[in-house]
Write a protein that binds this ligand. Sequence first.
Ligand code: BGC
Length: 731
Amino acid sequence: MRQTLFATALLGLSLLGRIGTTDAAQPTAKPVYLDKNRPVEERIEDALSRMTLEEKVAICHAQSKFSSAGVPRLGIPEIWMTDGPHGVRMEKMWDEWSDAKWTNDSCTAFPALTCLAATWNPAMADAYGQAIGEEARYRNKAVLLGPGVNIYRIPLNGRNFEYMGEDPYLASKMVVPYIHGVQRNGVATCVKHFALNNQEIDREYVNVIVDDRTLHEIYLPAFKAAVQEGGTWAIMGAYNRYKDQFCCHNQYLLNDILKQEWGFDGVVISDWGGTHDTHQAAYNGLDIEMGTWTDGLAWNWSNAYDKYFLAKPFLAELQNGKIDEKVLDEKVRRILRLSFRTTLNPDRPYGSFATEEHALTARRIAQEGIILLKNEDNLLPLDPKQPQKILIVGENAKQMMTCGGGSSELKVKHEVLPMEGIENYFGDHAQITYVEGYSSHPAINRHAIRQQAVDEAAQADVVIFVGGLNKKDNQDCEASDRRSYNLPYEQDQLIAELARANRRLVVVLVSGNAVAMPWVADVPAIVQAWYSGSEAGNALASILSGEVNPSGKLPFSFPVRLEDNAAIALDAYPGDRKNVEYKEGIFVGYRWHDSRQIEPLFCFGHGLSYTSFEYGSASLDRQEMKTGDSITLSIPIRNSGSRTGAEIVQLYIHDKKASLPRPVKELKGFRKVVLEPGEEQTVTFTIDAQALSYYDDDKQAWVAEPGTFEAWVGASSRDIRSQAAFELLSE
Ligand code: BGC
C-alpha cells in the first residue's frame, strides 16, 4: 500500500513537471469566471458551463447544519450561513444542534429588532447592519439569517421580538438601511420569513387565508422594500402555508410575486425543515434547501444530506428527464451570483468582531430604542448624585437575555445586566439593595419572596422593578406562543403590592411584546426596555439617570385587554390547526383600534421624553396634486423644555372618502429630530400618490383614488397636533 502511494506521488510530481513546462511555454488564459474584470453575469454563465450535473445539484442543498457546498474543483467556496438577526450565533456542530464549543465565537449582542424599530431612526438601522455585518464577515459567513420583518399581528406571538412591529411603512423604512449596512461587508442578508409567519403555534403547517388586499397592504410591503430598495441578496421562505402550498416552495409567493413581479435576482433559502417535496422545491422558487428533517434525518444518519429533496431525489429526476435541467440552472445561476457577491468578491472588507466600537453601537441603539411609557410627577430621571436607598426588585434585573429564545440565541463576549448598569450609574452615591421578588423557577415559594420585596420596598426611597417576559418557552421564544397576555410568575400581584408599599415605583419591562398592565394607574413611571443586547444595563441606567433623554416610540400598540386585539376579537387566532384566517384583514394594530374606537393602553407611536415639544401648524406647498406629483408638508417643531431631546414627528394620511373601507389613518412618514432647549426646526415630508393608495383586489394594482385627503402630523398615532387637507385630482 505504502509503495503504491509512493509510486502515485512520484507519477503526480512528474506530471506536474510536464504541465509546468507546457504552461510556461503557452500560458493559458484565465477562465472567464475567475476574471474579476468581466461582467458578473458572464462569469456566472462561464462557471455554470463548467459544472457537472452532480456539482450543480450539490450546491442546492445543505451539507451541514449551516452550510451548503461550493464547487471545490473550480475553487468556488462553500456558503456558510449564521443566525441572525441580533448577533452572530455561536458555531454549531457540523451535523448537530449542539454548540461546537469554540472559544473564539463570543459576539456582540445588538438590541432585538423591536428595539431597533422603536428608535424610528434609519441611521441606527444602518449602523446596526454595518456592525453586525462586520461581525458576520469576520466569522467568514456569507449569509446572515435575518432581519425578520413579519408583521406584529397578535401580542402572543413568541417571535415578535425578532421583528419590526405592526406597521408596514415603519418596518419598510427600517429594514432597508439594515440590509445596506450588512451587505456593504460582502455578507448577504436573508430577510425572513417570507411570508405570513405571524404565529409560532402550528407554524410548520398552518395554512394562512388572507385576502389579496391585506397581503399587499400589510404583510408584503417590508419584504418588497427589502428586495427593491434594500437589494437583499437572499430571502428565507416561511414554514407555514399560503394558498395550501408551503411557503418555501410556493408558486404564488416565490415565483409570481418575488421573482417575477419584484424582479428578485437573489437566492431563496428554505427555513430549516421548511422543504417538503422535490417537484415543488424544483419548480416553485426554492434555490437552497436547508435543515430538512424527514425520515428521522434530524438524528444524524450518515449522508443524511444526500436524502434532501433537492439532493439525490432531485438528481434522479434530472437524470431520468422528469425535471428539466433548465430548472436546475436557474437555481445555480442565483447561487453563483450569491457567491460572486460574497465569498468571491475580492474587494470584500475583512470585518471585525466583538469590538468596543460594536458594543458602543449596540448601546447607542438601545439608548434610542428604550421607551418612557409613563412618567407621572416627573419621577424620572433619578438623580445619580443624590444619596438614596434604591431597592431593585425582579428576576430580570439579573437575567441574561442574550441567550435562549430559539435561533436568535447568542453567546456574548459580555452582557451588562440591568442590576450592573444601575450600580454603574448610581453606585457612588446610592445604597442599592436587591430582592428577587418573583421567580420563573416553579419550585420557588412566590408568596415568601414577594413578601420580602414588599417589606423592603416600604423602607426604600425609590423602587425599581425590573420584570417582564424572558426567553423561555411560551414567553418571547421561538417555536411556541405566549399562553397569556398577563405578565407571568405572579408579577402583576407583586407590582400592585409594591405600588401600595412605595409610591415612588419605576416599572421596567424587559420584553419584545405588549403585556397587560392591570396596575397601570398605580405606577407612576413605566419604561419599556426591550431585549437590548450586550449593553442592556448601561443603556437602561443612562435613561433612568437622565444622562440620555429617552426618545424611542412604540412600533406596535399595547391593547388594554387581549380581546382588544383584532385577531383575538374575531376569533381569528390561532386557527383550527389546519387553517388560520386573517379575518381582520387590513385592520391590524392601530388600524383596528382606530376603526373600532378602542382606547389602547399605549398607542402605536407613543413615547415620552424628559423635555417637551411644541408643534406649529402644518402647511402645504399646494392644496392640489395629480397622480404623478407630490406635495410638500412643512411643520415647525420646538423644544419647549429645558433638556436636549429628540422627537419623532409622525405623518399619517386620512382618506376622507374612498370606494373601499380604509383605516382611519396610516403612517406615511416620520422624522427624528434632535433639538436643543428652545431650538425650533421645520420638518418636511413629501406626500406622493403612493402614500394615498390602497391595493385594489379586482385590479390587482395599487390605486390612488381622487378626492380629499388629510395629512395628520403628531407625536403618536393618538396625539395628532396639526392637520392639513388637500385634493388628489382626477387625471
Ligand atoms: C428559524 C429561522 C432560523 C433557522 C436556523 C429556524 O427554526 O425559523 O429563523 O434562521 O431556524 O437556525
